[in-house]
Design a protein around this ligand. Sequence first.
Ligand code: GLA
Length: 381
Amino acid sequence: MNNKVQDLFEARFQRMPDVICHAPGRVNIIGDHTDYNDGFVLPAAINFGTDIAARKREDNEVKVVAYDINEELVIFSLNNNEFDAQHSWSNYVRGVLKMLLVEFPKINGAELMVTGNVPQGAGLSSSASFEIAIIKVFSELYELPIDGVKAALIGQAAENNFVGCSCGIMDQLISAMGKENHAMLLDCRSLTFKDAPLPTGMAVLIVNSNVKRGLVDSEYNLRHEQCESVAKHFKRKALRDVSFTELEEQKIALDSTLYHRARHVITENNRTQEALKCLLNSDVARLSILMAESHQSLKDDFEVTTPEMDFLADILNEKLGSEGGARMTGGGFGGCVVAIVPEQRADELIKDVTKAYQDEYKLSASFYSCTLTSGAFRKQF
Ligand code: GLA
């Protein structure tokens, strides 16, 4: 079977690749800003992702082409691998390789052709899918013993220690370990998970507001620090270990912003665990309430939504009633809303939301009807 990324690789490097790997983006159904608090998330891998064709090298050089970024070529050596402010995309490759090299000092370089279709900056984890695809490629090229959890930890370390975003583990873990037709409840402390099938007749519809806000990383890192400082106040390892009653008892003692940040995380953890039960029992009416509450909490307590995302979530929730649910998904500060909708209502919703969003903001939303896919894999070619 021939492949776009294979053709691109051959055209650029004038030979066949050794391997082709794919890693998916993700949508999070519920449980945002809980992962770095050792909490619970409920993501699914989606049919949008990153493809990489690669060939081993005998030396330490890495030559990587980002096809979608004007076919930019970046060349560096594994022993001289520093942050690259000019080609910021390359830091995902550089960061991953820096972390890989710590554990596997014997790997050599590679030629890599990268192309993907996860919308960037939309909250669908284009960067985690890139990181996990790179890790998969190197583990296949050099036969490294890296399972899904380990791949996720390496990807997260690259992001935390090299790229400079203090993200949690959710995106990398689901990109590495997703399961076809399922979402998964992940416990971000034990790194164990439970399968969550979609109720029969329901589909995942993602709506991109096509609005991105600046300062996403610094705002994100600030939220992380705020959560940590509340955990510290309670002398606990993470907000996962603080109950709602304990938080309420300390309401007066806490700074008001910090109280609200913590309230989001604690209530979101409860909603996320309950959402698994709803999916298992096909209780769409209750799931609908949990998703709407989650959005509200991310808006009012955690303050990571935008007016455009609020508008999209509200209109979807209003139209769906108890037949489905909608909320922002991912880190926030712009990007996408996820909706669980009856399959046969998707077209009608797309039509109505397109018009309403256009009328309100003079903007066009993008819609992705998603299938839930497996995590990263090597492609046959
Ligand atoms: C980003 C981060 C994740 C997670 C989400 C919010 O996607 O990469 O680790 O914190 O935001 O849930």
